[in-house]
Design a protein around this ligand. Sequence first.
Ligand SMILES: Cc1ncc(COP(=O)(O)O)c(C=O)c1O
Length: 444
Amino acid sequence: MDSFNHRIQTALGGSMRDFRVPGGADLSRRGDQFFDWQNSRRSNGLWPFSRSTEAGPGAVCHAADDRGQPIQGVNFASQDYLSMSAHPAIRELAIETIRVYGVHSAGSSALVGNTNLSVELEHRIAEFLGMEEAILYPTGWAAGYGVIKGLVRSSDHVVMDMLSHVCLQEGANAATRNIYQFRHLDVEHCRQKLATIRARDTENGILVVTEGLFSMDSDTPDIAAMQELCHEYGATLVVDVAHDLGCLGEDGRGHIGIQNMIGKVDLVMGSFSKTFASNGGFVACRTRALKEYLRFFSPSATFSNALSPAQAAIVLQAFEIIESDEGADLRRRLMTNILSLRAKLDDAGLSYYGDPSAIVAVKMGSESLARLVSRRLPGLGLLSNLVEFPAVAKGAARFRMQVMAGHSEANIAAAVAAMREALDEARLDLDDLNAPVEAITAAA
Ligand SMILES: Cc1ncc(COP(=O)(O)O)c(C=O)c1O
């Protein structure tokens, strides 16, 4: 094998998992091996991460990779499902709020980091979800971590869908060693776990964890069945609605609304960062007692500075739009775009995971093929995020295309054409590199 071939084979192999436990006494050298591998990918144009945009997340954008190389094209890599991050009313309100309040919360919500805006936002969220109370967190991640760490103690149990987001998994890891995973969306498997736990422990709590819409697979559990199961076994359900609240369902209440479960789920946790044009997260619950407990026992709320006043104002304004005719129109445009993208991918012979949502994850298969596709996409004018192991299973690499209401039909057509061409070229690249045959056939 010549040296170019050798270098590119290194860059096409391996994964982040290889560097999780690098060992060695000197922590300051922990990154060295990872950095070598990352550089082998970077120098071959195979590191499509840590990009920056130059004017925010538009449907078409100018960006740069982490070497500073410019990329220009249609953007299916941002999380701004209703395209509200550039909404004129939201921009103006953010500027006005900064004029009045300054730029910083300057405190945790347990101290004096709240404003009248954040207090109003908590009420608005609770009302929107038919719950009694809601508590804000600085990010969605902090909310997912915090709801578990805040409630669960070492003798309690966490039963979670095996594809739950990392913030939920980390919260569970920090809270207890009693963690049980059930097969993705499998209510019966969840029941088995609950029955086993309750057969030997009726004294301690069980938190069951799932999501309204899974962020890599675009699929949804039977929330009503999960809640019923929790009632049956004396467990508490939390549903992470980061990717569906605001943007899915006729009224924007996501799958909890679609499944007629508004006000009926024990705990609803969410993020503002996908649809509500801001960082931030929340947990909605049934009682003031639980809200107060979370505020003072979720470390990611208690010991972290609150949302800034401008962020609270932005999310309030986003709710205003989401509940208006304009919001309904944005959701219709988003769904039209989602269905159009899926149809065009079908026509192009490209397959994808899951049900219609703003997440359209295009199947690639092997990591090496997907990385070669990622190398081709910028030149073809498409920004789309590569997702590979360990974020998804090995051999199930994909491009997670995230649709926005502001995409045009032309943007969608251009994206699909670029994806098709990149995949065709990448297959030829793989052939040239004499890569294993199974890497090619694993592709969609
Ligand atoms: C399902 C899910 N939950 C929580 C989060 C965390 O939200 P945020 O990015 O707002 O911190 C994310 C975002 O990546 C997510 O996909």
